[in-house]
Design a protein around this ligand. Structure first.
Ligand SMILES: Cc1ncc(COP(=O)(O)O)c(C=O)c1O
Length: 380
C-alpha cells in the first residue's frame, strides 16, 4: 500500500543520531540550540523553540499569549483537533470560523464576523500546506488588537508573498511528525520574533523552571526556581540532530512535492468528476497534502465507496479532516453542532487526500493517477 505520506531517513540521518547517542547529552544538550538556530534561520524568524510535538507547540503558543478562562480564540474547523484543543488546555474557548470553499483555508470574512470583546487571538491553519491570506488576517488582528498564530504544521517550506511560513504571524507552530516535511519522530517547533514570548515558552516546556539542567551544569549551581506551572515538553538532543539533518533537505523535498502536485493538477484537469483545491497566485504551496474533491453531481456513489476502491487498488488514501466542531467531545462539551460551519461540513463529505511525499518516484505518481482515473470513471 502506497501511504498518503511518509518520512525519508537516510544513512546521514542515522549517523547524526548515532553521534549524539555516543555523546554526553541525550536530552537538552547542544543539538537543541543548534537546531533551533538553523530552524529560525530557515524560516526567517528571530527565535525558534523546539518542543516535544506540534500539539505542545500549540499549547505553548496559547500559554505565551496568556489565554485563559473567558478568552475566545478563533480557529477553523477544517483541521486536526489539536489546533482547537490547545485553546481548551488553557481554559479558553475555541470559536469556529468557516473556511473558503475553494481553498479550505480560514475565511477572513468569517473571522471578522466572529470577533467579540472576548476574542484574544486567531489561529490560522495553513491547510494542506497552502499559507492563508495573511494580509487580511494581519489587518483584522491589528484592528482588534489581538494576536495572530499560524498553525503551520502543514506548511514548512511554504511562502506567502515571498515571505517564508514561520515568519508570518506573531507565533508560528510546526510539527515534526513523520508525515510532515521533516521529522524527528515526534517533535514540534514554535517560531517568533518576540523574545519575551520565546523566553516564556522555553520555561513552559521545562516545568516553568528558570534554568534547565544543562544551564545549571554549565553555571555550576544547583539553584533554580519554578515560577509558573509548566510541563515537560522538551525535545531530546538526538531528535534535534535528526531534525537538523533533515532540515538540509527541506527545499529539495518541497520542490519534489510541488512537482508531484503539478503532475496531479495536469492529470486531473480534464476530469469534471473531481476538482483540486485552488492555489492562490501569491503563495508557494508546501503540499503536505494533495486533496481532491469529488463532484457529487458527476459521481454516482458516495465518498466511502471511492475511498475503499482506491485503497483496494493499493493507494493509501485518507481524509483530512472531520471538521473539529463535529467531534462528539466538542458537541457534548461546547455545544457545537452541524450547520455551524456549512462550507467545511460540505467539503468534508467530498474530500480525499491522495499520496504525496518526496520519496515517491514517477512510477508511484503514475500508479496514483491511474488508480484515481480508473476508480472515478467506474462510478461516473
Ligand atoms: C494542522 C495540525 N496541527 C497540529 C498538529 C499536531 O501535531 P503533532 O502530531 O506533532 O502533535 C497536526 C498533526 O497532525 C496538524 O496536522
Amino acid at each position: 500500500m502506497l501511504p498518503y505520506g511518509r518520512q525519508w531517513i537516510d544513512e546521514e540521518d542515522i549517523a547524526a543520531v548515532v553521534e549524539v547517542l555516543r555523546s554526553d547529552w541525550l536530552t537538552t544538550g547542544p543539538k537543541v540550540a543548534e537546531f533551533e538556530r538553523s530552524f529560525a534561520e530557515t524560516v526567517d524568524a528571530k527565535e525558534a523553540i523546539a518542543v516535544s510535538n506540534g500539539t505542545a507547540a500549540l499549547h505553548a503558543a496559547m500559554y505565551a499569549l496568556g489565554i485563559g478562562p473567558g478568552d475566545e480564540v478563533i480557529v477553523p474547523p477544517m483541521t486536526f483537533a489539536a489546533s482547537a484543543n490547545c485553546i481548551l488546555y488553557q481554559g479558553g474557548t475555541p470559536v469556529f470560523a468557516d473556511v473558503d470553499a475553494k481553498t479550505l483555508l480560514i475565511d477572513p470574512n468569517q473571522v471578522e464576523s466572529k470577533i467579540t470583546c472576548c476574542t484574544k487571538a486567531i489561529i490560522a491553519v495553513d491547510y494542506a500546506g497552502q499559507p492563508c491570506d495573511y494580509d487580511a488576517l494581519t489587518d483584522i488582528a491589528s484592528a482588534h488588537n489581538i494576536h495572530l498564530v499560524d498553525d503551520a504544521c502543514h506548511a514548512l517550506g511554504g511562502y506567502y508573498k515571498n515571505k517564508p511560513v514561520g515568519s508570518l504571524a506573531d507565533l508560528n507552530t510546526f510539527s515534526l511528525h513523520p508525515v510532515k516535511h521533516i521529522t524527528s519522530g515526534e517533535g514540534g517547533v514554535i517560531t517568533t520574533d518576540d523574545s519575551a514570548f520565546a523566553e516564556k515558552m522555553r520555561m513552559f516546556r521545562s516545568h516553568g523552571i528558570t534554568l534547565d539542567h544543562r544551564q545549571r551544569d554549565i553555571s555550576g549551581s544547583w539553584f533554580y526556581e519554578m515560577i509558573d506551572l509548566g510541563y515537560n515538553y522538551r525535545l531530546t538532543d538526538f531528535q534535534c540532530a535528526l531534525a537538523m539533518n533533515q532540515l538540509k533537505k527541506l527545499s529539495g523535498w518541497v520542490k519534489r512535492r510541488q512537482e508531484i502536485a503539478k503532475r496531479y493538477n495536469v492529470a486531473f484537469s480534464g476530469m469534471p468528476e473531481i476538482t483540486s483545491l485552488t492555489v492562490r497566485k501569491d503563495v508557494s504551496h508546501a503540499y503536505h497534502l494533495y486533496v481532491i474533491r469529488l463532484n457529487p453531481e458527476k459521481i454516482h456513489t458516495d465518498r466511502a465507496t471511492i475511498f475503499n476502491a482506491l485503497r483496494a487498488d493499493g493507494i493509501g488514501v485518507n481524509v483530512h479532516y472531520i471538521p473539529v466542531h463535529l467531534h462528539p467531545f466538542y458537541q457534548q462539551k461546547l455545544g457545537t453542532k452541524r450547520g455551524m460551519c456549512p462550507v467545511a461540513e460540505k467539503a468534508y463529505e467530498e474530500i480525499i487526500s491522495i499520496s504525496i511525499f518526496p520519496m515517491m518516484n514517477d512510477n508511484d505518481v503514475n500508479d496514483v493517477i491511474n488508480a484515481v482515473k480508473k476508480v472515478i470513471r467506474a462510478f461516473s
